[in-house]
Ligand binder design. Structure first.
Ligand SMILES: Nc1nc2c(ncn2[C@@H]2O[C@H](COP(=O)(O)OP(=O)(O)OP(=O)(O)O)[C@@H](O)[C@H]2O)c(=O)[nH]1
Ligand SMILES: [Zn+2]
Length: 353
């Protein structure tokens, strides 16, 4: 096997570089995540030429910037703009206190593929979706370099999951349980599967695809229904004598815990859960539901009785080779802090109550 990094390995490196505040090379550009860029690195980058800022169509809509590239806008960075200006375009935290900053000028024409790839990479690093772009003909050595279309294709590729470790783990709600750790081959986050009892592979298994929610699952936050849903699902599987609960590390519907806290902070300003994601520049749901299907297939399951209120989960599983002969509702009691959140999920995201 060659010692040269593969495309998947290079994308994984790019993700780490961006998280560290290091620029990468995409197409004919240097690209850096605004969130992690230090003022010193910014100065070094700006000395190389005129900069643009790639933001998503959602963030552009909030900032009233024109979108000429479908899903993104390329904002001209004025000569006078400093680190704080870039940060203010990228981060909605101050939108209400210090209304923007504009009018912002969007670039038009030319190729936006490098900008699109940069945004996709920054998102996959779970940073604010904004990338500073500087055209460069002769990039300095040592930086991770990617072709835009190859990077986008790699990010869209379904990862293969390997069951790297498993052991018995008696749970209070299901004593006969086993925890499996699944590692993807693309360097992204590991995911877990709790296998309860010894579910036969030739029958539909009682299953839950649970997305990580540190605040709800671990801290018992009252803002969402995740903790009670997690425990109710394990309880039902224990009672049933068999089941499988996938614990998918897609915190905050895939935007990561730091961005989820930014979304919560916007919710404290009066935006709902969907609007908050959009103001940050994300889709309302950034999860890749193929991961769950891949793990179920790897475990030998072809059909599930799925515990969910989210019809998208059913559709996505069925679209990726897992039959869902039955949806089992998972309704937990509401409280005064999560009523609004659950109502918005029903209204805007199609959740069934
Ligand atoms: N971005 C964002 N994520 C949130 C918010 N509240 C909860 N979450 C995340 O939403 C996800 C909820 O996941 P699930 O309960 O598996 O999924 P679901 O789509 O609600 O569907 P169900 O199967 O019916 O529960 C978790 O990743 C939480 O961290 C929020 O206000 N903003
Ligand atoms: Zn939650």
């Amino acid at each position: 096997m060659s010692l040269i990094p593969t495309l998947a390995e290079t994308v994984s490196r790019a993700r780490s570089d961006l998280r560290m505040g290091l620029p990468i090379v995409v197409g004919g550009y240097l690209a850096a995540a605004v969130e992690t860029l230090s003022p010193e690195r910014l100065a070094s980058l700006r000395a190389l030429g005129p900069a643009t800022l790639a933001i998503t169509d959602w963030r552009a809509a909030t900032l009233k910037a024109r979108v000429y590239d479908r899903d993104l806008a390329r904002i001209r960075v004025p000569e006078s703009a400093d680190h704080a200006w870039l940060r203010a375009v990228a981060d909605p935290a101050g939108d209400l206190m210090t209304p923007m900053k504009g009018p912002l000028q969007s670039e038009r024409g030319g190729d936006a593929a490098p900008h699109r790839a940069a945004i996709a990479l920054v998102k996959s690093a779970q940073l604010l979706p904004a990338a500073l772009m500087i055209p460069i003909s002769d990039p300095p050595p040592g930086l991770t370099a990617l072709a835009p279309d190859a990077a986008l294709a790699q990010l869209a590729t379904e990862a293969t999951m390997a069951d790297v470790a498993a052991a018995r783990l008696p749970l209070s709600r299901a004593e006969n349980s086993k925890l499996h750790i699944f590692r993807p081959d693309d360097g992204a986050a590991e995911h877990y599967a709790v296998e309860i009892g010894d579910p036969p592979r030739d029958q539909p298994v009682l299953a839950r695809l649970h997305s990580a929610c540190y605040t709800g699952d671990v801290l018992g936050s009252l803002k969402c229904d995740c903790g009670p849903q997690l425990h109710a699902a394990l309880e039902a599987m224990g009672q049933n004598g068999s089941g499988v609960l996938l614990y998918l590390n897609q915190e905050g519907r895939g935007i990561g815990l730091a961005n989820k806290m930014r979304a919560y902070s916007l919710q404290n300003q009066g935006f709902d859960t969907v609007e908050a994601n959009h103001r940050l520049g994300f889709e309302d749901d950034e999860r890749d539901f193929r991961i769950g299907a891949g793990i179920l297939r790897k475990m030998g399951f072809g059909a599930v009785r799925l515990m969910t209120n989210n019809p998208r989960k059913v559709a996505m599983l069925e679209g990726h080779g897992i039959q869902v002969p039955e949806r089992v509702p998972l309704i937990t009691p509401t409280n005064r802090f999560n009523e609004g959140y659950l109502a918005v999920k029903a209204e805007k995201s199609g959740h069934l109550l």
